[in-house]
Design a protein around this ligand. Structure first.
Ligand SMILES: Cc1cc2nc3c(=O)[nH]c(=O)nc-3n(C[C@H](O)[C@H](O)[C@H](O)COP(=O)(O)OP(=O)(O)OC[C@H]3O[C@@H](n4cnc5c(N)ncnc54)[C@H](O)[C@@H]3O)c2cc1C
Length: 465
């Protein structure tokens, strides 16, 4: 009996009919990629679309028995090649496990299955005046389980925290099929090692998340206040962003676009858009800041003053409509890039005080390789997304060389080669460089404690050249 026969029997007679187990070539082909554009070589042998914890357990028991790799998958929106079904693997898709099991206003938490879409959870929470803070730009299409497995971040996370801060407890199916429960329903809880935190960001290499108890926060009161500033020099804009943080103004959103980014947006939306709003456009950078909560108005005015001191032309939105127009400039960034070709979105992070140096490094690397690198930074938390636009179906070597220099520059500045997208396949070759030999070795050993047979997402995160 081979693994598929075993699985078909164990999942039950109706599994194929109900679409739980499939070997449809078109579906297998689609599962070879995620939204990074990287396509795995070879073909997975099957996809299990789990509808229950038991389906996940059965799949992992089969994989252990037959030593077959399992690739956990949520919505497949990842940007690191983590969920891509590799040759001969079983892709374990948990996106159909998408129920919200509980919302507790008293305990400010929700209990969910892993496949619930981030924005569906927030829509369900709205009547209770609470929200799940992690807000990746993909929140309308990515799963909470995927957000947890990648420790996703977003625009709001400088103020409201990344996914790790929002996870209280997890249900995880281990490589051998056992169901493990980690963490607490309580606000506090320090018994034993923090296995919950270990699973957050583990990219499907330690276990399959089948349930999560997530922390909720009150939706901030009042209308947010938005301001935009054109600052002639991106270094000055980055310094101004750091000064806003140092002044303890705590914006909910603070996004910085450099000159190549602004140039693309301006070309995409029409040159007059930025000129009409600010009377300035080319050769400049754009800082978008939004405050929420009861002090939003006074905070926005204080931030505007700091931006003027940095030489910025500032507009504080008079109303929600104008605020939307300022936000729209930022939102146009990715469509503007995509209109020019394929896009590799990179993802480094540095301490906020070192952002001006990171922008300077990006400029140097851009000149060295003769490649434009339009960059947006979540300036509130020091996470920069340098982007490469290219043509063709694979990322050119020169782009990877430039990206490698970017990662090293970030690490030298005390930062990291990935702020929120994860390592997956695409960054594993640089992982040891950041971790150092001792940490790398310890992490490889840790993986083997959870996954002694090496069946969980093998080749992802670890094992790079
Ligand atoms: C337009 C766009 C914008 C984006 N913006 C952001 C952003 O602002 N911030 C950000 O952080 N990311 C962003 N991303 C990347 C991506 O959406 C996130 O990484 C997201 O958290 C992935 O969720 P997913 O459900 O699609 O997971 P998948 O892509 O399916 O999987 C991602 C990784 O998690 C693992 N995994 C998934 N589910 C489970 C599970 N239940 N148990 C164990 N492992 C699992 C997979 O094996 C894989 O390694 C963006 C992507 C796109 C396409």
């Amino acid at each position: 009996m081979d693994v598929l026969d075993w699985l078909a029997t164990a999942l039950g007679e109706d599994a194929a009919a109900a679409g739980v187990l499939t070997t449809d070539p078109a579906l297998l082909d689609a599962a070879r990629t995620d939204r990074s554009g990287w396509v795995a070589a070879g073909t997975p042998r099957a996809i299990v679309t789990a509808r229950s914890v038991e389906h996940v357990q059965v799949t992992l028991r089969a994989a252990s028995e037959f030593r077959v790799p399992v690739v956990p998958r949520g919505a497949g929106t990842g940007l690191a090649g983590g969920a891509n079904g590799t040759d001969g693997s079983i892709v374990l898709d948990v996106s159909a496990m998408n129920r919200i099991l509980e919302i507790s206003a008293e305990d400010q938490l929700a209990v969910v299955e892993p496949g619930v879409i981030n924005s569906d959870l927030n829509a369900a929470l709205e009547p209770s005046g609470l929200f799940f803070a992690p807000d990746p730009a993909s929140r309308a299409i990515s799963t909470v389980g995927g957000n947890i497995a990648t420790n996703a971040g977003g625009l709001l996370c400088a103020k409201y925290g990344v996914t790790r801060e929002a996870v209280l407890a997890l249900d995880v199916v281990l490589a051998d099929g056992r169901l493990l429960r980690t963490g607490h329903r309580t606000v506090k809880g320090v018994t034993g090692y923090d296995l919950t935190a270990l699973f957050v960001g583990s990219e499907g290499t330690l276990g399959v998340i089948v349930g999560a108890t997530v922390r909720l926060q009150p939706i901030p009161s009042g209308e947010p206040v938005t301001l935009g500033a054109i600052v002639p020099d991106v270094g000055a804009a980055a310094q101004a962003a750091a000064r806003i943080t140092a002044a303890r103004l705590c914006p909910a959103v603070m996004e910085l676009l450099d000159a190549p980014a602004l140039e693309r947006i301006s070309a995409y939306l029409g040159r007059e858009t930025i000129e009409q709003a600010f009377g300035a456009s080319g050769g400049a950078s754009y800082l978008l800041v939004q405050f929420d909560g009861p002090t939003a108005d006074t905070d926005a005015r204080a931030a505007a003053e700091l931006l003027r001191e940095a030489g910025g032309t500032v507009r504080v939105a008079a109303d929600a409509e104008e605020g939307e127009r300022l936000l729209a400039l930022r939102r146009a960034f990715h469509p503007a890039l995509e209109s020019g070709g394929e896009v590799l979105i990179e993802d480094v992070a540095v301490p906020r005080s070192r952002m001006p140096e990171m922008f300077a490094a990006i400029e140097r690397i851009s000149e060295r390789y003769g490649i434009l690198i339009p960059t947006v930074a979540h300036a509130g938390d020091g996470n920069l997304h340098p982007n490469f636009v290219y043509t063709g179906d694979r990322v050119p070597d020169a782009v990877w060389d430039a990206a490698g220099d970017l990662f090293r520059a970030a690490i030298e500045l005390g930062g990291t080669l990935t702020g929120e997208h994860g390592v997956g396949m695409l960054k594993r070759r640089w992982l040891a460089e950041e971790l150092g030999p001792d940490s790398y070795e310890l992490q490889v050993k840790l993986k083997s404690v959870f996954d002694p047979l090496g069946i969980l997402n093998p080749g992802k995160v670890f094992g790079g050249p």
